[in-house]
Design a protein. Structure first.
Length: 213
């Protein structure tokens, strides 16, 4: 497999975590978002949406969206499950994933932040206020859900796709200086996962393409 990735992007980060948790190897192909490599002709031929991550499953077929990639990995490599077996519990974990991947991350990703600054002339302070607003709105709801479901992880003590999706979002929130003190369950899960090898290996600072651009 080949994973087209960018070290700091949370959507790529969540795939790296899942791969490590499942003990899977994938060649990492960096796509530098700040330099615009995602809209180059070579990459657009693979992913016409011009987004990262994308996964070549090993035979040239490409999966473009991170949740679709996670679903593919879970169904293709089930020996180390990252979803509970009971349908309602699985739906609960997917709910957590979608609260972040569908309702939080899209409002705060790089292309949205660039649009705010470059087209709408939003200041750095207002950009950070925008970022923090959507983190707080969605983390407030997620914290309440996790208070009912969490143990060491988002779903009891079982590592699931929800942890794969949550930890990168916490990383980005911290990077933007968002105060997370109102979310003790979320921060406790982040602290626990932060000492686990799969999460350490997947961390942006551990990636070959890590830079400060």
């Amino acid at each position: 497999m080949k994973l087209y990735t960018y070290f700091r992007l949370s959507a790529s980060y969540r795939i790296r975590i899942a791969l490590h948790l499942k003990g899977l190897n994938a060649d990492h192909v960096p796509v530098h978002l700040v330099k615009g490599e995602q809209v180059g002709a070579d990459y657009l031929a693979k992913n016409p949406q011009g987004l990262v991550p994308a996964l070549d499953v090993g035979d040239g077929r490409i999966i473009m969206q991170s949740l679709a990639i996670l679903d593919y990995l879970e169904n293709t490599y089930p020996s180390i499950p990252l979803l509970p077996s009971e349908p309602f519990d699985r739906a609960t974990v997917w709910t957590m994933c979608q609260m972040i991947a569908c309702d939080t991350h899209p409002l705060n990703n790089l292309k949205v932040l660039k649009y705010l600054q470059q087209r709408l002339n939003v200041s750095d302070d207002d950009k950070r206020a925008w970022y923090a607003h959507w983190i707080h709105e969605n983390f407030t709801a997620l914290e309440k859900l996790l208070q009912k479901t969490a143990g060491k992880c988002c779903f009891g003590d079982m590592l699931t796709l929800a942890d794969c999706v949550l930890i990168p979002q916490v990383y980005n929130a911290n990077r933007f200086g968002v105060d997370l003190s109102a979310y003790p369950t979320i921060t406790a899960i982040d602290e626990y996962c932060g000492i686990l090898p799969a999460f350490i290996k997947a961390h942006p600072k551990k990636q070959a393409d890590c830079d400060v651009s």
